[in-house]
Design a protein around this ligand. Structure first.
Ligand code: FES
Length: 125
């Protein structure tokens, strides 16, 4: 049995053994190295990559005005994250290395359904 604890807009799952069951994101850096990051629900991919020191800048803090949080979502996960909206597409046009599954990390909020999400950090974001 899992109990959900909510703090502000974020929450973590704790099983009856007291173990956290936070969603996991797998980041692939430009050098090909993979990094597993566990995050609370409600955290964005940008915040997770930035706070883990993986080179995701997120200069504007998630205000859709910089594109320094550009990530490439694995094709098998793209349908779960959803396609970018119009404002996001406009900002993505400024990103380097754009692909069909590019997203701005600040616009992907982690939920339980995204546990295991795989994203690649492009070079020179
Ligand atoms: S952090 Fe600036 S657009 Fe995402």
């Amino acid at each position: 049995m899992i109990i959900k604890l909510a703090v502000c807009s974020r929450s973590i799952n704790v099983d009856l053994g007291g173990n956290c069951t936070m969603p996991n994101i797998v980041f692939t850096k430009p050098d090909g190295s993979e990094h597993n990051v566990n995050v609370e629900t409600g955290v964005t991919v940008m915040e997770a990559g930035r706070d883990a020191g993986l080179g995701v800048e997120g200069t504007c803090g998630g205000c859709l005005s910089c594109a320094t949080c550009h990530v490439i979502v694995d094709t098998e996960w793209f349908s779960k994250t959803g396609a970018p909206g119009e404002d996001e597409l406009d900002m993505l046009d400024l990103a380097f290395g754009l692909t069909q599954t590019s997203r701005l990390g600040c616009q992907i909020e982690i939920s339980e359904k995204l546990d295991g999400l795989r994203v690649t950090i492009p070079e020179d974001i």
